[in-house]
Design a protein around this ligand. Structure first.
Ligand code: UD1
Length: 360
């Protein structure tokens, strides 16, 4: 069997890495295509290195653009590659533009697609990722889900249960493997107690009025607790547009995006995390670190029902009250999510190598 993996943006890398390893152990022929959606060293290359991923066989060097431009470029550049490679299966990951673009190309050419991290739904169609999830799931033959809610979402959308495989969370596979290395990281100069912050969703950072309020609230918070904020390139641009870089100081630390191991160490040791990322909601749940999510909804509801995650919406007062509760020792206590155990990628490999799954 020849499996072609498509990755493009930062959160894809920690999802693909364990699947590449698991299939590698079985001797499966694999090809790795990087679309180039993310291209900065600290958004891409450093992850390949730390996750010990092979160099991409092909880089489509798509880069940034509007959604239509980026998706169109992705499709136009991926089509000849998949035709030439003629794989038995294409694996796509998560919910970024590279995911849906590759899946759409394959579906027209009738190459089977496997979607890793299928079935997640925020029910918020203003999020580009929600559109990417819905479409990718409709046109994939193998749907690998991280949790039961995802299976239920797919069932409600009329997707045949034979195509759906509950395997657990591949991102947690990477976390489990690399946590010991992260524990050895020195967070030089970071105090014992701190809030770790990430914000990059368009709904948070493209509304400059709201972003300004958030930054001022973080600046207030930093009087009580050091704030460590690795800033995504999109957010960095917006902070510059607002002229608010000057808010940064020793207690509100605006940093460049962190490499995987350093960021995992920062999460593991944080007093609390404030974020709008999907993956970080999952990682904090696994680590048992309190998480406040600056969104009205989440496609990862198990992090709220079972984990340490609390949705505070776009509401400064709710965020502040969440912080106060955590600092008063009343953080939400989470429990372990079934199948988030470090073995999800092995389950995917087992399913793909079983002839039975191809005919169901
Ligand atoms: C993308 C994903 C989002 C994911 C996020 C993680 C989509 C629709 N969105 O959002 O789901 O959570 O990645 O980071 O696919 N830029 C750089 N260097 C880079 C990459 C981007 O400077 O290496 C800047 C560019 O100005 C670019 C902007 O960031 O225009 C946005 O990049 P893009 O890939 O379009 O979306 P993200 O916001 O990163």
């Amino acid at each position: 069997m020849h499996v072609l993996h498509v990755v493009g943006a930062r959160p894809n890398f920690m999802k693909a890495a364990p699947v590449l390893r698991a299939l590698g152990r079985t001797g499966t022929r694999q090809t790795l295509v990087h679309t180039g959606q993310h291209y900065d060293t600290n958004m891409s290359e450093v992850f390949f290195r730390q996750l010990e991923m092979p160099e991409p066989d092909i880089n489509l060097e798509v880069g940034s653009g509007s959604h239509a431009q980026q998706t169109a470029q992705l499709m136009a550049r991926f089509e000849p590659v998949v035709l030439e490679q003629a794989p038995d299966l294409v694996l796509v990951y998560g919910d970024v533009n590279s995911t849906v673009a590759a899946a759409l190309v394959c579906s027209k050419l009738q190459f089977p697609v496997g979607h890793v991290e299928a079935g997640l739904r925020s029910r918020d169609r203003t999020m580009p990722e929600e559109i990417n999830r819905l479409l990718t799931d409709q046109i994939s033959q193998f749907l690998f889900t991280p949790s039961c809610d995802a299976d239920e979402n797919l069932r409600q959308e009329g997707i045949a249960t034979a195509r759906v495989h509950l395997v657990g969370n591949v991102m947690i596979d990477t976390l489990v493997r690399l946590l010991p290395q992260a524990e050895e990281q020195h967070n030089d100069g970071v105090p014992e107690r701190y809030a770790l912050v990430t914000l990059h969703r368009p709904s948070n950072v493209d509304d400059l009025h709201w972003l300004r309020e958030m930054l001022l609230a973080l600046s207030d918070l930093s009087h009580d607790l050091t704030v460590v904020f690795p800033v995504h390139p999109r957010t960095q641009q917006r902070i510059a547009d607002l002229g608010l870089q000057a808010l940064a100081n020793g207690r509100l630390r605006l940093l460049a995006p962190r490499p995987y191991l350093e960021f995992l160490a920062l999460q593991r040791r944080a007093t609390l995390v404030i974020t709008d990322s999907g993956g970080i909601q999952e990682e904090t749940t696994f680590l048992g670190v309190p998480c406040l999510t600056v969104r009205e909804n989440t496609e990862r509801p198990v992090t709220v029902t079972m984990g340490t995650n609390l949705l505070v919406g776009r509401d400064i007062a709710r965020m502040q009250s969440g912080v106060r509760r955590i600092l008063a020792g009343k953080a939400k206590q989470g429990s372990a999510v079934p199948l988030w155990d470090g073995n999800a990628a092995d389950r995917i490999a087992d399913i793909l190598l079983s002839p039975h799954s191809w005919f169901s």
